[in-house]
Design a protein around this ligand. Structure first.
Ligand SMILES: C[S@@+](CC[C@H](N)C(=O)[O-])C[C@H]1O[C@@H](n2cnc3c(N)ncnc32)[C@H](O)[C@@H]1O
Length: 230
């Protein structure tokens, strides 16, 4: 395969940056890990995990272009021999398998599926409450974590973190917020945000300054290996 240039429609976002920042801060626990990313997009998070010493890089994405781009990126960066990419829905391609670390930056913005900024509707829409992928991810997680394994995921603060904590707890998995940061929300995206969520969260986890809007984003760690979970 010829090396690919960056794919504009798969460009990493501030969500990706925050996720990679938390993974960097925890590099000691990544060396030697077998990792899975659900919704791998460009493959850049897997690339970061490969650079941090993960020994197995498995990626799943529903979009064929994303799978091809991830495979090429990992090959170009010298991780081809430890990489495995699958096109499919969430947990289906990895049924029956377990990993030391599972990462995800799922589509979870509370809005109906719509194309925004040149990205497919499957890129960031999480349905009316933002949870259409978060819920099945959290429900299936326990069946894919190796003993002592954990997940690190992006989680909009306005997507009901309490429900995520309850779902994880129902599987016996503690949840901890590792980082909270602000991400810019474009006017285009804000205009499509579920009205009920916007009204409830405005001034709480959504901060507006004239035409500029920011939302609080958590990076959340889930698993028995998580210290100081609350
Ligand atoms: C917000 S993007 C994140 C991409 C990449 N992980 C990153 O951080 O740059 C979400 C990704 O999830 C993928 N996705 C959406 N629905 C999915 C599903 N049901 N199963 C697997 N992947 C899915 C999308 O195609 C997209 O690549």
């Amino acid at each position: 395969m010829a090396p690919l240039a960056a794919v504009p429609a798969l460009r990493p976002s501030e969500y990706t940056s925050a996720l990679i920042q938390v993974l960097h801060a925890d590099a000691g626990r990544i060396r030697g890990a077998r990792v899975l990313e659900v919704g791998c997009g460009s493959g850049v998070v897997l690339a970061a995990l490969g650079a941090l010493g993960a020994v197995q890089l498995c990626g799943v994405d529903i979009e064929e272009n994303a799978v091809a781009a991830s495979a090429q990126l990992l090959e170009d960066l010298g991780h081809g021999a430890i990489s495995e990419l699958h096109c499919g829905d969430m947990w289906r391609p990895v049924a029956g398998r377990r990993f030391d670390l599972i990462v995800a930056n799922l589509p979870h913005f509370p809005m109906q599926p719509v194309e925004i900024g040149g990205r497919l509707p499957t890129w960031s829409s999480g349905g009316a409450d933002g949870r259409s992928l978060l819920d099945p991810f959290l429900t299936g997680l326990v069946d894919h974590l190796a003993p002592g394994g954990r997940a690190v995921i992006t989680h909009n603060a306005f997507d009901d973190l309490g429900r995520s904590r309850d779902l994880a707890a129902a599987s016996g998995l503690p949840l901890r917020v590792a980082l909270t940061t602000l991400v810019y929300i474009s006017p285009e995206k804000l205009a499509r945000m579920t009205g009920e969520v916007l009204r409830a969260e405005d001034g709480r986890t959504i901060h507006r300054y004239g035409p500029y809007t920011f939302g609080e984003l958590h990076i959340v760690e889930i698993g028995l290996a998580v210290e100081g979970a609350c």
